[in-house]
Design a binder for this molecule. Structure first.
Ligand code: SPD
Length: 362
């Protein structure tokens, strides 16, 4: 893959359909989730031409997978979506003989992922994280006072508080299966509930703060937080820390941080999987095995600021990252986290209807 093509792919630009030739690997992965260095190293070590396309929502990936014949060899669904895609026959069982580096994985984390994929037959953890609040420390202090502690969903879900920070820009993820459970947690409802009444209560809360939300998007907030264009984003842990790192590098006095709200936040696992009709399954296995090399995955974690599931890599990860409970949650932090829940088709229809109402305000 040429540098230009790789750069275009990582930037999320439209690319032609991936090549199906031997000696290639077609990766479809979340944006801002892997390093150029890792891709280039795999390509060189395995003499494989790698293409990378990106997405920023599970819904986008799912539509592509269910349509079939995607041409991709490795894709990275989150566990709750992966479970129903496995049931739909989207992924092939992994050949463990081709994955000797499985010994490096953290068994406790793999057991958590196995709740969605019994026996971990179809997937290996790539990264995991939480859905919380990214914020600009100084802009929030200016509006809510120096003593205001960002530790609650009230910052975005209490209309009186959201109104006071709306002028500096609030963004929400364009992801109903993230936003509705967060709202349920704030309301004191079970965030893992998929009862229609609970979902409706959450949607009503989101609608009540809709006027204070500048936009719904699931990747734009990284650069906006980093540039000081927005001051609050409901977002994914590593993405917010990437924004913080970019802001620090830029040296323009923008200070970004991340909070896991005390009412609870979602913990999720993104999985390396191989579509049933992958054109290059051997290369796919080789790539997944490569990503389980401790030094490879540690280098990626050090760049994307997400925890990985590889126990052997932990000593190689920057202590600033392993020591931060917002990235590698300790037991106390874990006790505040709830998991993503797989939804059925009926619940999906309810969620789609409610989300349209939230987004459009009608
Ligand atoms: N930029 C990478 C974002 C990865 C987000 N993973 C999705 C988690 C969904 N619960």
């Amino acid at each position: 893959m040429t540098k230009l093509k790789l750069a275009a792919a990582l930037a999320g630009l439209a690319l032609p359909a991936p090549a199906l030739a031997e000696g290639s690997l077609n990766l479809y992965i979340w944006s801002d989730y892997i390093t150029d260095a890792a891709i280039e190293r795999f390509a060189a070590e395995h003499d494989v031409n790698v293409t990378v396309d990106v997405y920023d929502s599970n819904e986008t990936l799912e539509a592509r997978m269910l349509a079939g014949a995607s041409g991709y060899d490795v894709v990275v669904p989150t566990t709750d979506f992966m479970a129903r895609q496995i049931a739909a026959g989207v992924y092939q069982p992994l050949n463990r003989e081709l994955l000797p580096n499985l010994v490096n994985m953290n068994p406790e984390l793999m057991a958590r992922a196995a709740r969605f994929d019994p026996g971990n037959e179809h997937g290996v953890i790539y990264m995991w994280g939480t859905t919380g609040i990214g914020y600009n420390i100084d802009m929030i202090a200016e509006r809510l006072g120096e003593d205001y502690e960002v530790n609650s969903w009230e910052l975005v879900f209490n209309p009186e508080i959201a109104a006071r920070v709306a002028d500096c820009g609030i963004s929400f993820l364009d992801a109903p299966t993230e936003m509705l459970p967060a709202a349920m947690a704030y309301l004191g409802l079970n965030p893992e509930s998929r009862e229609t009444a609970d979902l409706e209560a959450a949607a009503e809360l989101l609608a009540s703060v809709r006027e204070y939300v500048r936009y719904f998007h699931s990747s734009q907030y990284i650069s906006d937080l980093a540039n000081g264009e927005t001051c609050v984003a409901v977002g994914w842990s590593g993405d917010v820390f990437q924004a913080a790192a970019r802001a620090e590098e830029a040296g323009q006095g923008v200070n970004v941080w991340y909070a896991i709200p005390k009412e609870g936040a979602m913990v999720w696992f993104d999985m390396l999987t191989i579509p049933a009709d992958a054109p290059n399954p051997e290369n796919a296995h080789a790539f997944i095995n490569f990503l389980m090399e401790p030094d490879v995955i540690a280098e990626i974690t050090n760049y994307v600021w997400y925890a990985n599931g590889n126990a052997a890599s932990v000593p190689l990860v920057d202590p600033e990252i392993t020591g931060d409970p917002a990235i590698f949650p300790d037991e106390e932090t874990m006790s505040h986290l709830f998991t993503a829940v797989t939804t059925d088709a009926r619940t999906d229809r309810v969620i789609t209807r409610l989300w349209t109402r939230v987004r459009t305000g009608q």
